[in-house]
Design a protein around this ligand. Structure first.
Ligand code: PMV
Length: 347
């Protein structure tokens, strides 16, 4: 076969789940369906260079972050390569250089796994496409999401935007456990321009990885009910996205965030990823919403940072509130202004 050489660059965004993925079966199959907003500013940009080599037993690659060698990232990528090698038979015929950078600070407590793994999956799909140029865009996206899922479950939701569903759900056509799909229904205007202001409460490395957290859902006393609840919340969110009911949206999204953390607190061993300032912020948001009636809510991922979600038309009032009342609870006053985005792009 005639293997080609070259390099490709993809930028891929992070995403924030509205209905959370927490708990998986073997081979990164989720226990429940999840749905997320794709972000716009928080991205990973990855350049993949691929040079032919003789077939060897081991994978051959170098990893750089911001042009600096990162040997400590190699084992994670080797694990990913092992998981995807059956689907990408060219892997052992190349030496790869993976040069990656993030638009958000490395130690911001913002997980780079969704954006990082999806960017790498897209680069690898481009190598496959070079040898198989007739593949459809639909196949390309699905397989990129499939590969990204094998890197990090939530990465399967970062290929497209603005809203992505991952997990087979009876009320979402074409949805699958194997890859994320673009949300296939029209959403109300209330949800077409949404901001996510990410308050960086704790930039440190978290004490419990999401891999460990997912595994603690095995033999978790509330797991079965949680997975049922998540599927029901997908159905509820489908009607909310159609009707534009912001109050119902707020209730569902906040309940999902607190349930995620409740699962952590009720695992064995139990753990808490929220910090005192996380709770301070949540209480301030509730107080502000009560006083102003503005449609603002929070969500959390597996960490202490708070994602503040609100329609973009309310930006002025809400940024004013964040700047006067919430920055005090952020580490070094640091927050990131993001909004709904439209998925990964080739450079
Ligand atoms: O993709 P993982 O394995 O790091 O899991 C991420 C899980 C949450 O961020 C907590 C929720 C989600 O659905 O993104």
């Amino acid at each position: 076969s005639k293997l080609k050489e070259g390099s490709v660059i993809w930028e891929s965004p992070s995403n924030i789940a509205l209905v959370k993925y927490w708990g998986k079966k073997e081979h990164q199959i989720p226990e429940n369906t999840s749905i997320s907003f794709t972000l716009n500013q928080c991205k990973t940009i990855t350049e993949l260079t691929f040079v032919k080599k003789n077939l060897t037993e081991e994978f051959s690659f170098d990893v750089l972050l911001d042009d600096q060698p990162k040997p400590e990232f190699k084992s994670k990528i080797a694990t990913f390569f092992k998981r995807v090698e059956d689907y990408l038979p060219f892997l052992k015929h190349y030496h790869f250089v993976i040069n990656t950078k993030n638009t958000f600070p490395h130690s911001s407590g913002i997980a780079s796994s969704a954006s990082g793994m999806s960017a790498l999956a897209l680069c690898l799909m481009d190598v496959e496409k070079l040898h198989n140029p007739q593949m459809t865009q639909d196949y390309f996206n699905k397989k990129a999401s499939f590969l990204a899922r094998l890197g990090s479950g939530s990465a399967s939701r970062s290929i497209e935007g603005p809203i992505v569903v991952w997990g087979n759900h009876p009320e979402i056509e074409e949805s699958s456990d194997l890859f994320g799909v673009k949300y296939p229904y029209k959403v109300h205007d209330n949800f077409s321009n949404f901001n996510d202001t990410i308050l960086l409460v704790d930039k440190g490395e978290k004490q419990v990885s999401s891999t460990v957290g997912h595994n603690l859902m095995h033999r978790h006393p509330f797991a079965k009910n949680r997975f049922i609840q998540a599927e029901e919340n997908i159905s509820k969110l489908k009607s909310i996205l159609a009707s534009g009911d912001l109050n119902a949206f707020i209730e569902l999204v906040e309940s999902e965030a607190l349930t995620l953390h409740a699962m952590m607190m009720t695992s064995l061993p139990y753990f808490i990823l929220m910090k005192p300032n996380t709770l301070q912020i949540i209480n301030k948001i509730w107080q502000f919403r009560k006083e102003t009636g503005l449609p603002i809510c929070f969500t959390l991922d597996a960490g202490a940072n708070v994602h503040v979600l609100y329609p973009s038309i309310e930006e002025e009032k809400i940024l004013k509130f964040i700047n006067t009342e919430l920055v005090a609870y952020c580490q070094n006053g640091h927050y990131i202004c993001d909004k709904i985005g439209f998925g990964a792009k080739k450079q």
